[in-house]
Design a protein around this ligand. Structure first.
Ligand code: ADP
Length: 325
C-alpha cells in the first residue's frame, strides 16, 4: 500500500466525524475502470462499530448507490509504519481474497486513502459465536452438529487450498443473518507452497493453541494443518460445555494443561458418547493421530442420524435453546 498521502480525490471529499477525524463518516473508494480509462467512485456511509481487533476497527457500512450493507475493517495507516505490520496485512488480504466459500466471510474489496486501509467484507449480522455462547452458555447437540458441519466444510476448503487458518476460535466464527457460520479473520493464516512444508512461527490464541505450536520453541519441528483440527476440537468442546477445555487462571497454566492434555467432561452436563469420541479424537497431543477432515465429516456424531442435523436454525437460537419437539 502507499504510505505517502495519496493524491486521490477520495481523501479530499471524505467528510470527517467530529469524534474521529481519521475514520470518515463517508468513505470513498476510487476504483480503476476495467477499460483503464480513469476511475469510478463508490461512496459508503459508515455506521456503528461492530467490533475491535488488534490493529483495526470494524464498522457497519452502507453503499450509497445500492444501499447494500457490508462490514468494513478500517486499519489506520499509523498502525502500519513498521514493514512487518504492512507485510502481515498484505498476507491477510492475499489469502482472504483467494478464498470464496459459502462458510467463509466474503472478501469484497480492498482500498485505501490518505489515513486508512479499508477491507470491505460480507456483513455478519449476528456477531460471532463468542457472543452466542456468552448469551446461551452452551448449545444443544443438534445445534453443535449444525455449526460444526459448516466449520468442517470451510476448513476442508481452506486446507485443500493449502491454507492453515491458525486462529480458529469462537471469536473468529461469525454468524450471518440466517445463523450460517462464516469463518473470518485471516490475520494469522498462512499458505503453504507444498503440503509437507512446516511452519515455525508461534501464533494462535492461548485457549485454542495446539501443543506442537507451544512446544515448537523447544523442539523446532514445526506445525501444519493439524493445528486447525486441534482448535476445532477446542471449539466443539466449548460449544457443548460452555467453557474451553484447558481454561486456567493464567496463560502459563493453560499452556501446561494443553501440553499435559488435561481436560475432562463435567459430569453434570449430558454429552453423548459420539460427541465425546469426536472431541477426544481431535484433542490428541500427537498431530499425526488427529483425524483428517474427511474422516471428521464421516464421524458417527454426524452420520449416526443425519436427520438430526438441522438444515437451518430458528432465529430465537441466538438467545434461547430451540425446542426440538
Ligand atoms: P482483528 O483481525 O484485528 O482481530 P477481526 O477481523 O477479528 O479483527 O474483527 C474484529 C471484530 O469485528 C470481530 O470480533 C467482530 O466482532 C467484528 N467483525 C469482523 N468482521 C465482521 C463482519 N464481517 N461482520 C460483522 N462483524 C465483524
Amino acid at each position: 500500500f502507499s504510505q505517502k498521502p495519496s493524491s486521490s480525490s477520495s481523501h479530499r471529499s471524505s467528510k470527517s466525524s467530529s469524534s474521529s477525524r481519521s475514520e470518515p463518516v463517508e468513505i470513498v473508494e476510487r476504483r480503476k475502470r476495467s477499460d483503464g480509462e480513469g476511475y469510478t467512485y463508490h461512496r459508503y456511509t459508515r455506521g456503528k462499530m461492530l467490533g475491535k481487533g488488534g490493529f483495526a476497527k470494524v464498522y457497519l457500512c452502507t453503499a450509497m448507490d445500492t444501499e447494500r450493507q457490508y462490514a468494513v475493517k478500517i486499519v489506520p495507516k499509523a498502525n502500519l509504519t513498521k514493514q512487518r505490520a504492512r507485510q502481515k496485512l498484505q498476507a491477510e488480504i492475499k489469502i482472504h481474497r483467494s478464498l470464496k466459500h459459502a462458510h467463509i466471510c466474503e472478501f469484497k474489496h480492498f482500498f485505501e486513502d490518505h489515513n486508512n486501509c479499508y477491507i470491505l467484507l460480507e456483513l455478519c449480522q449476528n456477531q460471532s459465536m463468542n457472543e452466542l455462547i456468552k448469551r446461551r452458555k452452551r448449545l444443544t447437540e443438534p445445534e453443535v452438529k449444525y455449526y460444526m458441519s459448516q466449520l468442517l466444510k470451510s476448513t476442508k476448503f481452506m486446507h485443500s487450498n493449502k491454507v492453515i487458518h491458525r486462529d480458529l476460535k469462537l471469536g473468529n466464527l461469525f454468524l450471518d443473518k440466517n445463523l450460517r457460520v462464516k469463518v473470518g479473520d485471516f490475520g494469522l493464516a498462512t499458505q503453504l507452497s507444498d503440503e509437507s512444508e512446516k511452519r515455525k512461527t508461534v501464533c494462535g490464541t492461548p485457549n485454542y493453541i495446539a501443543p506442537e505450536v507451544i512446544q515448537n520453541d523447544k523442539e523446532k519441528r514445526g506445525h501444519s494443518f493439524e493445528v486447525d483440527i486441534w482448535s476445532i476440537g477446542v471449539i466443539c468442546y466449548t460449544l457443548l460445555v460452555g467453557k474451553p477445555p484447558y481454561e486456567s487462571k493464567d496463560v502459563k497454566s493453560t499452556y501446561q494443561r494443553i501440553i499435559r492434555n488435561e481436560y475432562h467432561f463435567p459430569s453434570h452436563i449430558p454429552i453423548s458418547q459420539d460427541a465425546r469420541d469426536l472431541i477426544s479424537s481431535m484433542l490428541q497431543t500427537r498431530p499425526d493421530k488427529r483425524p483428517k477432515l474427511d474422516q471428521l465429516v464421516n464421524h458417527p456424531f454426524f452420520t449416526h442420524d443425519p436427520t438430526k442435523i438441522p438444515r437451518s436454525l430458528p432465529s430465537c437460537c441466538t438467545h434461547v435453546a430451540p425446542d426440538w419437539q
